[in-house]
Design a protein around this ligand. Structure first.
Ligand SMILES: Cc1cc2nc3c(=O)[nH]c(=O)nc-3n(C[C@H](O)[C@H](O)[C@H](O)COP(=O)(O)OP(=O)(O)OC[C@H]3O[C@@H](n4cnc5c(N)ncnc54)[C@H](O)[C@@H]3O)c2cc1C
Length: 423
């Protein structure tokens, strides 16, 4: 659905305004009502950092503990640019937690969360047990590796969580002999970042065009077609990577042969690659499963579309990739929007105030070349009758063309969002 930018800005203005009103309302009555109440946030990524920060901004009397297994976080957004050679390393995508914790009075605990006792309102970790009044879980994704026979992430890195896997895939690309093929295997939706695999194909093709003459990217997509920004990706591939990217729809990889550097489509058709980026099918982060938060699909966590409270376990909220957020894509921007709405309503629930209806936004940028990007944007609201989140009619739109201006917007977006998460 197309929408004029003017109309979108009007709507976005309305949504930003609503969020600001919510914040102002909370800030004017800084928190005595929440005094002594404890909120634990699990996961220091796109959702968790912002939820912890906004909880304390909205009610400074709350005790907020952020628990994350690592002492740093590496952003998946823009990690494809490292694979393409635009970024020299991952340092500009790496954040630490010290400033965020100090600036907002958040207690940061570096620990593995191992379990949740919903009945007793406690979280168990490698560093002890933490009680909560409300718990927010933002663990991101894990992989359904049991659906790929012979799965081995060392031989065929997914690089779908940024860090050592991303470095490994980049090393493999550098070491590859010119003329070899790179396979990218895309799982069925829903998965983290719908346009991400197609951006990755573009970035790897750019790298091959410059450094590995005669090499190709073969995209094996389990889906029947490109699932995001199709027209723009096809246009970009024609413009920059004709003969370098080969797109094959409806090719679900079910098996890998690490020694033979081959994958099997539906257990039958063998496809070989010099480098294979196998992105497995996905599910909510393991702790969401351990906490009994997943729904009947046994993969993702159903939530109330206004408060993000689990519909399975009381007083536990799930945000980001792990939750079922209706029409909102699984993106860092969505996780950020959900974190703010969730924090606002967790404060409201703790102090007995009325909750505020969801008004959220998402934009996903994708690079097609070193200088050109494209984007897709949408505004989202809760449909309480249906218990889901829907796109506001007429707001979901893609940018008109490949554009250097979109690339500048994207650069600015990543800088801003990482600063927001880390300070
Ligand atoms: C290649 C790629 C490109 C992308 N590009 C974009 C983009 O351009 N724009 C965009 O908006 N989105 C993009 N995304 C999607 C984005 O990365 C995710 O949607 C986002 O990270 C989801 O946020 P989250 O908070 O749910 O999970 P995460 O950001 O993954 O955070 C989860 C955190 O929880 C921690 N954790 C998990 N389990 C435990 C546990 N048991 N104990 C302690 N800690 C735990 C993890 O260590 C992690 O730090 C991209 C993704 C990929 C893979």
């Amino acid at each position: 659905m197309k929408m004029e930018r003017r109309n979108f800005l009007k709507l976005f203005g309305a949504s930003a305004g609503a969020a600001t009103l919510g914040l102002a309302g909370c800030a004017s009555t800084p928190g005595a009502a929440g005094a002594g109440k404890k909120v634990v946030v699990v996961g220091g990524g796109y959702g968790g950092t912002v939820a912890a920060k906004y909880l304390r901004m909205m009610d400074p009397s709350l005790e907020v503990t952020l628990i994350e297994r690592n002492d740093h976080f590496i952003s998946c957004p823009f990690s494809n640019l490292y694979l393409g050679g635009i970024l020299p390393d991952l340092s500009s995508l790496t954040i630490k937690y010290g400033k965020l914790a100090a600036n907002h009075g958040i207690k940061f605990v570096q620990a593995e969360v191992t379990g949740v006792d919903a009945a007793n309102h406690t979280v168990s970790t490698s560093k002890g047990v933490f009680p909560y009044n409300r718990l927010i879980i933002a663990p991101g994704i894990d992989f359904r590796t049991d659906e790929i026979k012979g799965y081995d992430e060392t031989a065929m890195p997914h690089a779908w969580k940024a860090g050592p896997q991303t470095l490994r895939l980049r090393q493999q690309l550098e070491a590859m002999k010119p003329g070899g093929n790179v396979l990218i295997s895309i799982p069925l939706t829903p998965f983290r970042c719908p346009p991400g695999p197609y951006e990755r194909a573009s970035m790897i093709a750019m790298f091959l065009k410059q450094h590995k003459p005669g090499s190709k990217v073969i995209v094996l997509d389990a889906n029947p077609d490109i699932v995001s920004k199709k027209g723009l990706f096809l246009k970009g591939w024609k413009k920059h990577y004709e003969g370098i990217i080969e797109y094959r729809p409806a090719k679900r990889v079910t098996e890998m042969n690490a020694k033979g550097m081959a994958v099997l489509v539906e257990g039958l058709e063998e496809v070989k690659g010099a480098v294979i980026n196998l992105i497995p099918p996905q599910k909510a982060g393991a702790i969401a499963h351990a906490a009994g938060l997943v729904g009947p699909d046994k993969r993702w966590c159903p939530v109330n579309p206004t408060t993000f409270e689990s519909t399975v376990q009381k007083d536990i909220h799930v945000i980001g990739d792990a939750c079922i957020a209706g029409a909102m894509p699984k993106s860092g921007y969505s996780a950020n929007s959900q974190a703010k709405a969730c924090a606002m309503n967790v404060v409201a629930l703790l102090v007995g105030r009325e909750v505020t209806d969801l008004s959220a936004i998402n934009t996903c940028y994708s690079f097609l070349s070193a200088k050109e990007a494209v984007s897709v944007t949408g505004v989202y609201k809760a449909n309480k009758d249906k218990g889901t989140i829907e796109a506001v009619a007429g707001t979901v739109a893609v940018s008109p063309d490949l554009s250097e201006v979109e690339a500048l917007y994207a650069q600015s977006w990543i800088k801003n969002i990482l600063v927001e998460m880390s300070s």
